[in-house]
Design a protein around this ligand. Sequence first.
Ligand SMILES: CC(C)(COP(=O)(O)OP(=O)(O)OC[C@H]1O[C@@H](n2cnc3c(N)ncnc32)[C@H](O)[C@@H]1OP(=O)(O)O)[C@@H](O)C(=O)NCCC(=O)NCCS
Length: 177
Amino acid sequence: MELRPLSKVDGLAVHRLVGECPPLDLNSVYVYLLLSEHFSDTCVLAENAGVVNGFISAYMPPARPEVLFVWQVAVHSRARGHGLARLMLWNLLERPGLSGIRYIETTVGPDNAASRNVFAGIARQLRAPVVDSPLFERELFGAGEHADERLLRIGPFDASPRQAQAGGHFTKEAPGL
Ligand SMILES: CC(C)(COP(=O)(O)OP(=O)(O)OC[C@H]1O[C@@H](n2cnc3c(N)ncnc32)[C@H](O)[C@@H]1OP(=O)(O)O)[C@@H](O)C(=O)NCCC(=O)NCCS
């Protein structure tokens, strides 16, 4: 399994992967191309022998360089349950350009237990508190079915426990990926 920054040749494959990972909102191919062009260093792709199994899009909000905002996390059903989501998050946190990150923020739907567990696990490993607060209420999404998106803020955390944790984490075996 290779974990690497996003490249523009990945746009179509990421679009297909996200489409196969409900309940994620599927964005246009153009959005994934833009992410590869402008946010490659804060996005990660997991690929095995040319097959894309995982993807995270994230960025640092303007004027808040200590925050990594995680937008979409997708792991294909064939690769779930082996810690790949967590591995991709660690891959981002270990990048030299992201050593100043002290908080992870993300939004989660109230019923997305998987999402909450992924981020709760990361918070435990970072030994960082989690604050849960309202962000985007359902009516902001207009007509149609969309749940509230609450903000999860993990942090502050610092670099040293992060490196210690990562050393152990990367030894985890992921058979069959
Ligand atoms: C959610 C998702 C990214 C998890 O990917 P994954 O690689 O299987 O997750 P991991 O193996 O790294 O699991 C990390 C933690 O989340 C928990 N978890 C993973 N999937 C879960 C599920 N469906 N229900 C409950 N908990 C789950 C794991 O038990 C693990 O907990 P731990 O830290 O206590 O051991 C994947 O199931 C997916 O793409 N789902 C559809 C899209 C989605 O909901 N994305 C938002 C998630 S942030």
